[in-house]
Design a protein. Structure first.
Length: 93
């Protein structure tokens, strides 16, 4: 195990799964008299509710080379990045 000293303890850009995230939005602008506008927005963040499997946020992916479960995904935690929906109505005058 002499090579453990020469490597950093974590390689997050190499040993973690990619973030699978899709954000969607629908926007409707309506012009009223002259300079007045109404905007309606519907936004979905993480629309397909994919889990976030990153060791930097929750410790779910073991990236330390000295860990017995190195490279394994030991759980998924959706508490930090669940699907978020928001509806916005804006009146600009």
């Amino acid at each position: 195990m002499s090579n453990v000293r020469t490597f950093p303890l974590r390689f997050p850009q190499i040993r973690q799964p990619d973030t699978n995230n899709v954000d969607l939005s629908l926007i409707k602008n309506t012009r009223l008299n002259g300079e007045r506008n109404i905007q309606f927005r519907f936004e979905a963040l993480n629309a397909f509710n994919h889990p976030l499997l990153s060791s930097s946020a929750y410790g779910n992916v073991q990236t330390g080379p000295t860990s017995a479960t190195f490279g394994q995904i030991i759980g998924s935690n959706q508490a930090g990045y669940p699907r978020r929906l928001q509806i916005t109505f804006k009146y600009v005058f």
